[in-house]
Design a protein around this ligand. Structure first.
Ligand code: FMN
Length: 195
């Protein structure tokens, strides 16, 4: 039951020195592959990193997050820029008609890079984290890292940009889910405020 998994999920930053088996990695990747995306463009690549030395180099690029170096597996979620004109300009012009003038004049390349933090790769990453948890493998999202440095370490082409890293491994401690806001604080029905 998906809700049981979601209730158990929590970020794991201390990992046992135990590799994630290939069959579990295959399930994690398959869960990512099945994700929805706008226009089914699937604008992503999944970098599977299990080489210790490379993990250490990525950790060194993660703004002081040394705990990452002990993860036995990283999946680097990379966003591929489909087409600046469509992705960064036309769609946003439709979404924000009141700003259409500013959107028409914006720097698409810069927008595409800065916008990646909110990019669609969150969806395959979420699938992957749950597929891993089902097999007892914990994970943590990492978006605080030097994007250009990680891209260089992985030899990525110009149009393929690391947007998040998922660190995977068997947890040292039993999971301790953090408190989440109650639905009463999150949900509104129909209108937020009366018109
Ligand atoms: C998009 C995203 C980026 C995150 N980046 C980092 C990060 O760079 N380093 C880190 O230690 N945790 C990171 N986290 C984990 C959050 O701190 C964590 O999800 C949050 O504190 C809630 O805890 P929980 O995951 O246990 O529910 C990130 C989480 C998300 C969703």
């Amino acid at each position: 039951m998906i809700l049981d998994l979601l209730r158990r999920r929590c970020s794991v930053r201390r990992f046992l020195d135990r590799p994630v088996p290939d069959e579990v990695i295959a399930e994690i990747l398959e869960a990512g592959r099945l994700s929805p995306s706008g226009g089914n463009e699937q604008p992503w690549k999944f970098g599977v990193i299990a080489e210790r030395a490379l993990i250490a180099e990525i950790a060194a690029a993660a703004c002081g997050q040394q705990w990452l170096a002990a993860a036995p597996l990283l999946v680097v979620l990379c966003a591929t820029i489909v087409a600046d004109e469509r992705g960064a300009r036309d769609i946003q012009r439709d979404r924000f008609p009141a700003w259409s003038g500013a959107v028409a004049g914006m720097d698409c390349a810069l927008y595409a890079r800065l916008n990646l933090e909110e990019h669609q790769t969150k969806i395959p990453g979420t699938h992957m984290a749950l597929a891993a948890l089902e097999r007892g493998v914990g994970s943590t999202w990492v978006s605080r890292f030097d994007v250009d440095r990680v891209a260089a370490l992985l030899g990525l082409p110009e149009d393929c940009i690391p947007s998040e890293i998922l660190a995977f491994g068997y947890p040292v401690e039993p999971p301790a889910p953090r408190p989440k806001k109650p639905l009463a604080e999150l949900v509104f029905h129909n209108r937020f405020a009366p018109r």
